[in-house]
Design a protein around this ligand. Structure first.
Ligand SMILES: *Cc1c(COP(=O)(O)O)cnc(C)c1O
Length: 404
């Protein structure tokens, strides 16, 4: 079991007051808070070893390079990638997806098909649409049901020899649905298609095993797992990363440059042009160490309790409807209250210190599916408590009284 008070003490922001009220932070789906070890590691990097990496022979440059590569190794181990060079540092999930779609522009032909799920974040829709515009490939959508689950019979029907790549999130940011990705990966491979998993909402809750999953690409952001903003990971199978062309040209990604011909560096450097976010990459490793120290079993246990308790308490509110009632779901509750705009609730509860997200959660097609303008989303992390849920429920009831 987690010692929740000890955990909360690791996060200085959680003891702050917002609008004169104790902060209740339930916007973890948008970004997580940072523990003191992560905050300290950033300043320690700049105080002690700041230098550019992979370039100088001088001591600081070597220390920074070593720390950066040690962090890559930690992440490799964490997601169980076969090789460290299959782990690319990016600025986040969005960057990782764009790197892949850019690479597929040289692979896809007119009439090829890309399958995208109805549950995607805009950053896993728009880059694929741009890729379709460039190549003449066709985007097809795996539909969802009222519970917010993808319909696997429809997925099976959409797959064909025309399918070149499938893209789906591991867990939906808007509804919390956990998708049956192992099934989807195996089915995609059976027709010879590649598959990308958007793990942005999964890595805060579980440890993915990319070899066991056998996915071709797995992307996530550092800032949602207690790490710094502007960090992320693209895992790609070696064979795919060798096949895809570089994303950006510049320093660090080359072997030799002349005006006649340039040759590219080996993996992972081929995809890491320019000076990267050195501090961020190193400290992402610190964040992953922290999460592992807390322990994913503990994290899941705490979040399961929060999901169950939060669902029960919220459903006590008259006129409240939860969107996303999948059998497999993480600690995200999206809901609306009859007759009241989600934005109005969000604004009032913010005055009471409660941070929830309102709007379309970068997933407008899901809102269109339910024919609603948006939802209120409470997304819980392992450092949240049932007492905080009580505070949120009281605040919502107060807002409801004021607005009706
Ligand atoms: C947050 C999120 C993204 C985008 O992540 P960025 O850090 O903004 O690049 C993509 N997909 C899902 C499921 C997300 O939750």
């Amino acid at each position: 079991m987690l010692d929740i008070n000890k955990i909360r003490a690791d996060f200085p922001i959680l003891s702050q007051k917002v609008n004169g009220k104790p902060l209740v932070y339930f916007d973890n789906g948008a970004t997580s808070q940072k523990p003191q070890v992560v905050i300290d590691a950033i300043s320690k990097y700049y105080q002690e070893i700041n230098a550019n990496i992979h370039r100088g022979v001088h001591t600081l440059s070597q220390l920074a390079t070593d720390a950066y590569e040690i962090s890559r190794g930690k992440i490799q181990k964490h997601i169980n990638a076969e090789f460290a060079h299959e782990v690319l540092f990016t600025s986040g999930t969005t960057h990782g997806i764009n790197l892949v779609t850019n690479g597929f522009a040289s692979i896809l032909k007119e009439g090829d098909e890309i399958l995208v799920s109805a549950l995607e974040h805009h950053s896993n829709i728009v880059p694929w649409q741009m890729l379709c515009e460039k190549t003449g490939a066709v985007l097809r959508v795996i539909p969802m049901n009222q519970e917010g689950e993808l319909i696997m019979e429809e997925y099976d029907k959409l797959l064909s020899s025309k399918t070149k790549i499938v893209t789906v999130n591991h867990i939906s940011n808007a509804l919390g649905t956990v998708n049956p990705i192992k099934y989807m990966i195996d089915k995609a491979h059976a027709v010879g298609a590649a598959i990308l998993i958007d793990g942005a909402q999964a890595v805060p809750h579980l440890k993915p095993d990319v070899q066991e999953l056998d996915c071709d690409f797995y992307v996530f952001s550092g800032h949602k797992i207690c790490g710094p903003t502007g960090t992320g990971i693209l895992y790609g199978k070696e064979a795919w990363l060798n096949k895809l062309p570089p994303y950006q040209g510049g320093g660090e990604m080359i072997k030799e440059v002349s005006f006649e011909k340039t040759t590219y560096a080996e993996l992972p450097h081929k995809f890491e042009a320019g000076t990267p976010n050195v501090a961020g990459g190193i400290v992402l490793g610190t964040a992953i160490d922290y999460m592992n120290e807390v322990g994913f079993d503990n994290i899941q246990q705490q979040e399961k309790e929060l999901l169950e308790y939060g669902t029960k308490r919220l459903l006590e509110i008259e006129g409240l409807k939860i969107f996303g009632t999948a059998k497999e779901k993480t600690s995200v509750i999206s809901f609306n209250i009859e007759g009241i705009h989600p934005y109005d609730i969000g604004t009032i509860v913010d005055k009471l210190g409660i941070a929830v997200r309102t709007g379309h959660h970068c997933a407008q097609p899901i809102m269109t599916f339910y024919d609603i303008p948006g939802t209120i989303r409470a997304s819980f992390a392992f450092y949240n408590t049932t007492e905080e849920i009580d505070m949120m429920v009281a605040a919502i009831k107060r807002a409801q009284m004021m607005l009706s």
